[in-house]
Design a binder for this molecule. Structure first.
Ligand code: IDP
Length: 154
C-alpha cells in the first residue's frame, strides 16, 4: 500500500485553485511563484478536469445566485490546477495575494489586479480561488484531495 501524503493538523492549510483561465494562459508558474515566494509550502498539487458535481459541491453556497450556472461552465470548460498550501495564517495570506473578486477592481500588486482581465461578458474570470475561512479550507481540501490525510495528534 502506498503511504498517504500527510498534513500536520497543527499547521494551517488552504485550498488554492488556478482556475481554467489561469491554467490555459500559462499563469500557473507565476501564481505559484507568488505563493512560494511568500514562504508558503505546497503540500499537494494536481491538474484536474473538474466535473459539474464536484464544482456544484465546491460552490454550494452560491447555488441560488444568478451567476451560478455561468460559474460552473467557466470552471468546467478546461482543466484547472488544485493545490493544498500550508503556512502561518495562510488562508488570510493567500486571500490577500489574490485580491478582490473583480479583476478590474483588484489592487495592483495582487494576482487578480496584475493579471486578471475583464472580458465584458458578465462572467468574472479571475484566475484563482483561495478558501475564505478555516471551515471552508477543511471542507474544500477534503473535497479536492480525499487522498490527503492528517497526522494523528501526538
Ligand atoms: P472569491 O472567489 O473572491 O472568494 P466569491 O464571492 O466567493 O468570490 O465568488 C466565487 C466565484 O464566483 C468568484 O471568484 C467568481 O469566479 C464568481 N463570481 C462571483 N461574483 C460574481 C458575479 O457577480 N458575476 C459572475 N461571477 C461571479
Amino acid at each position: 500500500m502506498p503511504t498517504p501524503d500527510l498534513l500536520d493538523p497543527k499547521k494551517e492549510h488552504t485550498l488554492v485553485l488556478v482556475k481554467p483561465d489561469g491554467f490555459r494562459r500559462g499563469l500557473t508558474g507565476e501564481i505559484l511563484r507568488r505563493i512560494e515566494s511568500k514562504g508558503y509550502v505546497l503540500k499537494g498539487l494536481k491538474i484536474k478536469q473538474a466535473d459539474r458535481a464536484l464544482l456544484e459541491e465546491h460552490y454550494a453556497e452560491h447555488r441560488e445566485r444568478p451567476f451560478f450556472q455561468g460559474l460552473i461552465e467557466y470552471m468546467s470548460a478546461s482543466p484547472l490546477v488544485a493545490i493544498v498550501v500550508e503556512g502561518d495564517r495562510v488562508i488570510e495570506g493567500v486571500r490577500s495575494l489574490m485580491g478582490t473578486t473583480n479583476p478590474t477592481l483588484a489592487a495592483p500588486g495582487t494576482i487578480r489586479g496584475d493579471l486578471g482581465r475583464d472580458w465584458g461578458t458578465g462572467q468574472v474570470e479571475n484566475l484563482v480561488h483561495g478558501s475564505d475561512s478555516t471551515t471552508s479550507a477543511i471542507r474544500e481540501i477534503a473535497l479536492w484531495f480525499p487522498e490527503l490525510e492528517y497526522h494523528a495528534e501526538d
